[in-house]
Design a protein around this ligand. Structure first.
Ligand SMILES: C[S@@+](CC[C@H](N)C(=O)[O-])C[C@H]1O[C@@H](n2cnc3c(N)ncnc32)[C@H](O)[C@@H]1O
Length: 362
């Protein structure tokens, strides 16, 4: 019992000590600041120093602008949702046979075309794609379906070492060609710009269909590069147009290229429903069928006409297509066999020259 009692006594004593220590260890009471007099010129809670003037109230327009923006996005999303969820009334609207020829529309929209497409192309980075392809153009270049000349500023045409030797622009619509020509004058018409251009650069603006015979390059040869942007959507016969490009390409040169930037169907079914549902109205208004199966069209045409696809890329959920096509080895051989002997020798000489050039010899 004793030890237990002793323990009990000690326990009581230590408990009393701890309680006393806890009381005395209590943090000293904070000194309360003296209440400051309230300055009626400043709201309560703000320091009443003139060095910190009150914040200006937020503009009352901001909520309205944000609200309008949100309503606009909401409305636009709803439209897309509705178009994506209803089946297309015309299930054949993506078939070429069901799409009427609307190319004449550009005669009426030529002057407003740039302002209609400019902002969306800027937002989507289309200008970068235009530039990338235009910079690949070399030798005698033909831009078909050139429209208002949206690629004009991107060609390699300045300085002695410019890659482009001649530039031809052709379009079915005289109004579009005229806008293109005026743009050229605005960009390169002045003396300073002219002096920068490659000496001897030949530039031509032509009105005519890219489905028929097109003029040869100024050198009297076929073209080294044929370039088209957003053209397969606007012709009634895209396969024939591709075929005709190959006919005008110098396929005896392995470096010859067809470069395409096109737009069409997506790889997303819901987006294709949106495109199909609005395709007819869009075509009538803008002269372009944006629901075509571009990949299939180009690949088929390439195979049939002896071209191979060097590269193929899609952007913007698959609706924008970038193609680089070149003649296959067989096509080059065949084209050379068809050339007069002198011309074949010349080509072979140029090929060898190409190798010597690479080694730094001319
Ligand atoms: C969508 S616009 C594209 C214009 C321009 N290439 C661009 O990237 O902005 C299509 C153009 O193709 C032209 N086009 C349609 N059918 C054509 C044809 N058979 N031959 C030449 N151009 C044609 C139209 O006149 C129009 O200028």
């Amino acid at each position: 019992m004793r030890p237990a009692l002793l323990y009990h006594r000690r326990h009581v004593a230590s408990s009393l000590r701890r309680a006393y220590a806890a009381r005395t260890a209590h943090p000293p009471r904070r000194q309360t600041a003296r209440p400051q007099p309230i300055d009626p010129a400043y709201p309560v809670g703000e320091p009443s120093s003139p060095a910190n003037p009150p914040a200006t109230p937020p503009s009352s327009f901001a909520p309205w602008i944000l609200g309008a923006l949100a309503a606009g996005i909401g409305f636009y999303s709803l439209q897309i949702y509705l178009a994506a969820s209803k089946p297309c009334l015309n299930p054949h609207i993506a078939d070429l046979a069901a799409q009427k020829d609307v190319a004449a529309r550009y005669d009426y929209t030529a002057t407003s075309f740039d302002s209609e497409v400019g902002f969306s192309e800027l937002l989507m980075g289309v200008n970068g794609l235009r530039k990338e392809l235009a910079r690949k153009c070399h030798g005698d270049v033909l831009e078909v379906s050139c429209g208002t000349g949206r690629n004009l500023g991107y060609y390699d045409i300045e300085g002695q070492d410019a890659k482009v030797e001649s530039l031809g622009f052709i379009d079915l619509s005289p109004q579009m060609v005229e806008v293109c020509r005026q743009k050229w004058v605005a960009l390169f018409g002045n003396q300073k710009a002219q002096q920068k251009l490659m000496p001897g650069l030949k530039v031509r603006f032509m009105t005519g269909s890219a489905l028929g015979d097109m003029p040869l390059a100024p050198s009297g040869k076929k073209y080294d590069t044929i370039f088209q942007t957003m053209g397969l959507c606007s012709t009634a016969s895209p396969a024939e147009l591709l075929d005709n490009m190959v006919r005008h390409l110098d396929t005896s040169q392995p470096e010859s290229r067809i470069l395409l930037l096109e737009h069409g169907r997506s790889y997303l079914p819901w987006l294709n429903r949106v495109l199909d549902n609005s395709a007819e109205k869009h075509a009538e208004l803008h002269g372009c069928w944006f629901n075509r199966e571009i990949g299939q069209l180009v690949e088929q045409a390439a195979e049939q006409s002896g071209l191979e696809v060097v590269s193929e890329r899609r952007h913007h959920l698959g609706t924008t297509w970038v193609f680089e096509l070149k003649p296959t080895e067989d096509t080059v051989k065949k084209a050379r066999a068809d050339l007069p002997v002198a011309a074949t020798r010349q080509r072979e000489k140029e090929d060898q020259g190409g190798w010597l050039n690479k080694l730094g010899w001319k």
